[in-house]
Design a protein around this ligand. Structure first.
Ligand SMILES: [Zn+2]
Length: 287
C-alpha cells in the first residue's frame, strides 16, 4: 500500500473517542503527509466514565460531541460527521442505562417507556434502513476515499461490532457496483475481540504521531476523568514490536464475503482459514 496515493481517507468510530484511540496514529501520519482526513462518529451513546457527573443524556451527548470536535482538530481532521445512529444501549433521559436482565419485569417496562430515542434507527439494524445506508453511501460518494478505517466485526462491544459489520456490508455493496474501495479494520476496543485478532498490516508511526495521538486522546475527560497517561506510546510500542519498528499501528484487511456471508465461495473460505498464517506487511515511514 503506497501512502502517497491516499489523498482522502475516512476513519469511522462508533463513539466519540474511538477514532482517536484506535486510529489516531495513522490519522496523524496521513494528515501530516497532506491527506484529507474525514472523521465519523456513527453512534449516539450518552456514556460518561465513572466519577464524571452528568445527570441528563442530552447534556452528556453534547459534551461528548464537543470533546470529539477537539480530538478531531488535534488529529487534523478536515471534516467531522455525527451520524446519530441509536446505540445498542438504551438510556432514559436521566441517563440511566436500561439493562432488562438485571431488573424486575415492572421496573423494565417502566424504564423502557422512558427510553430516549436519538436520531436514526439502532446501529444493529442500520443495514436494513435505507436512510442509514444512504448516510454512509452519500459520504463515500462525496469524499471518494482511498482508504476507509473501520471497527472490526469481531469486536466484543455491541456498538463496535455493529458499526464494523454495517460499514463492511455497505462497502462490499459499493465494491460490487465497481467502487473499488479499500477498507482496513482496527483493533477491538473495550472487552477485546470475540475471537482472535491478529493484525497483519502495520503503519510505522513517528514519535510526533504518537504524541499527537496522545494529545487527541486527552480531549475526552468525560470518558476517562483521570486521563490515560502514556497509553498511545505503550500501544504504538506493542504494535511496533510485532512490526520490527519503534512505533506502529496495526490493522487487518477486510475479510468475509462480498455478499456479507462466509459460505458461498471457496475463496472466502480460503481467506478465512488462511488468515492466521497471512504474512505481515510493514509500511515504513518513508513509504
Ligand atoms: Zn467505542
Amino acid at each position: 500500500m503506497k501512502l502517497d496515493n491516499i489523498k482522502t481517507f475516512i476513519s469511522i468510530g462508533a463513539h466519540c473517542d474511538d477514532v482517536e484511540y484506535r486510529t489516531g496514529g495513522l490519522f496523524s501520519r496521513l494528515t501530516r503527509q497532506g491527506a484529507r482526513g474525514v472523521y465519523v462518529v456513527m453512534v449516539e451513546n450518552p456514556y460518561v466514565g465513572s466519577g464524571y457527573i452528568i445527570k441528563d443524556a442530552a447534556t452528556a451527548l453534547a459534551t461528548r460531541r464537543a470533546e470529539s470536535l477537539k480530538g478531531a482538530a488535534q488529529l487534523g481532521a478536515a471534516r467531522v460527521e455525527f451520524f446519530g445512529f441509536k446505540s445498542y444501549y438504551l438510556h432514559t433521559p436521566d441517563r440511566q442505562t436500561v439493562f432488562p436482565a438485571f431488573r424486575s419485569r415492572e421496573e423494565t417496562i417502566a424504564m423502557a417507556n422512558e427510553v430516549t430515542w436519538y436520531g436514526l434507527p439502532p446501529v444493529q439494524n442500520a443495514y436494513l434502513f435505507p436512510e442509514c445506508v444512504a448516510r454512509l453511501v452519500n459520504l463515500i460518494t462525496e469524499e471518494k476515499p482511498d482508504l476507509i478505517l473501520n471497527h472490526t466485526p469481531n469486536d466484543r462491544h455491541p456498538d463496535h461490532y455493529s458499526v464494523g459489520r454495517f460499514v463492511e456490508l455497505v462497502t462490499n455493496d459499493l465494491n460490487n457496483a465497481g467502487a473499488n474501495l479499500t477498507q482496513l479494520h482496527r483493533e477491538p476496543g473495550s472487552g477485546g475481540s470475540m475471537g482472535g485478532w491478529r493484525p497483519t498490516i502495520f503503519f510505522e508511526l513517528s514519535a510526533a504521531d504518537v504524541e499527537r495521538q496522545q494529545r487527541a486522546m486527552e480531549c475526552f475527560p468525560s470518558q476517562f476523568p483521570g486521563g490515560l497517561k502514556g497509553y498511545a506510546e505503550r500501544r504504538a510500542r506493542a504494535f511496533g514490536k510485532l512490526a520490527g519498528v519503534t512505533f506502529a499501528e496495526g490493522y487487518t484487511a477486510s475479510g468475509g464475503g462480498a455478499d456479507g456471508s462466509w459460505s458461498r465461495y471457496d475463496h472466502e473460505w480460503e481467506r478465512c482459514v488462511a488468515m492466521p498464517a497471512d504474512p505481515i506487511t510493514v509500511i515504513p515511514l518513508n513509504a
